[in-house]
Design a protein around this ligand. Structure first.
Ligand SMILES: [Zn+2]
Length: 314
């Protein structure tokens, strides 16, 4: 396992200084790991200096998979200096704005990176009608993509702007068994429906070369059984951490999110190799020591906190 925070500018200056001191040498090419996680956005819904939820998964060193597209992730993508021209899979955990709001900008960036036809596969939850009169309906992922990029969509012009763009959107319905979304050349992505109060939500597991990363998405107690199942034995679990143990957070947030003691219990029950806390909000950050201690009452594995720009090799 390896974790580094890359700061390109400082690293560049440092390397420049080294280069002026040492004779030029070509470093041996490093074999990329089968999977690597890059955190683009480690923040929550508030504008607190972190980008909203977004991650890139590198497969054999190639940026192939984007998991969520929260506000600010477009800028972080550029800072991470990741070539976009082979990104072809987007996994949306749910369609709240702090997870999906930056999708148009990133899709356009992908289109202009190409110079040739682009096909993007976009997976996300199916839609849901409001159960109560005052609640909002949630569009399905297919409808969401169509509202943005369809012929009549807000950004319909992108379909043939700098490159012909094909978006294949798939709705993930609730199923008792994990659903295999794709299994290609050793890259396997499975999903199970999670639970985020009224917002349809999906948990994803990405596997390649004997390594695995699971993304909880925003999740309340209704999704815990599914998460334990999909995260079983994974190398890394990215867990959205938005509330303190009760009664430390507003009551309503417990109908949407998972408290630290439950996070620790799930990570322990699933036997995950390492736990990365993400989707961080200031109230949780202020209580880091208490959050760590609560998780530690159940979970003894590696535990770390996400930062924008963090690289993690499970
Ligand atoms: Zn969220």
């Amino acid at each position: 396992m390896r974790m580094t925070l890359r700061r390109p500018l400082l690293a560049g200056l440092f390397l420049g200084m080294l280069a002026s001191l040492a004779p030029a040498q070509t470093p041996p090419a490093e074999t990329p790991p089968p999977l690597e996680l890059v955190v683009l956005g480690s923040g929550g819904p508030g504008a607190t200096g972190r980008a909203g939820s977004a991650h890139v998964v590198l497969v054999d060193g190639v940026a192939r998979v984007l998991v969520d597209a929260g506000p600010g992730s477009f800028a972080r993508l550029g800072e991470a200096a990741l070539p976009l021209n082979r990104l072809d899979i987007i996994l949306l955990t749910h369609l709240h704005a702090d997870h999906a709001g930056e999708l148009p900008g990133i899709v356009k960036a992908r289109a202009v990176s190409a110079g040739r036809p682009v096909t993007l596969r976009i997976f996300g939850p199916g839609g849901q009608r409001a159960k109560q009169r005052d609640d909002a309906d949630f569009p399905s992922t297919r409808r969401f993509v169509d509202l943005l990029f369809g012929k009549q969509g807000a950004f319909g012009y992108l379909r043939d702007f700098s490159a012909p763009l094909t978006l294949q959107a798939t709705n993930i319905a609730p199923t008792p068994q994990p659903r295999v979304l794709l299994d290609e050349a050793g890259l396997r992505i499975t999903a199970l429906r999670g639970h985020h109060r009224d917002a349809p939500a999906v948990i994803y597991r990405v596997e390649h070369g004997g390594k695995s990363i699971v993304f909880s998405g925003d999740i309340d107690a209704g999704g815990h059984a599914a998460l334990k199942r999909l995260a079983q034995g994974c190398d890394a679990l990215v867990f959205n951490t938005v509330v303190l143990d009760p009664p430390g957070s507003p009551e309503v947030l417990y109908t949407l999110h998972t408290a630290p003691s439950q996070i620790g219990a799930i990570a322990a029950a699933a036997g995950v190799g390492r736990l990365l806390l993400a989707h961080l909000v200031p109230a949780v950050e202020r209580e880091r020591a208490a959050v760590d201690a609560s998780i530690r009452t159940h979970y003894a594995g590696s535990l770390s906190w996400a930062e924008d720009g963090l690289h993690l090799r499970p």
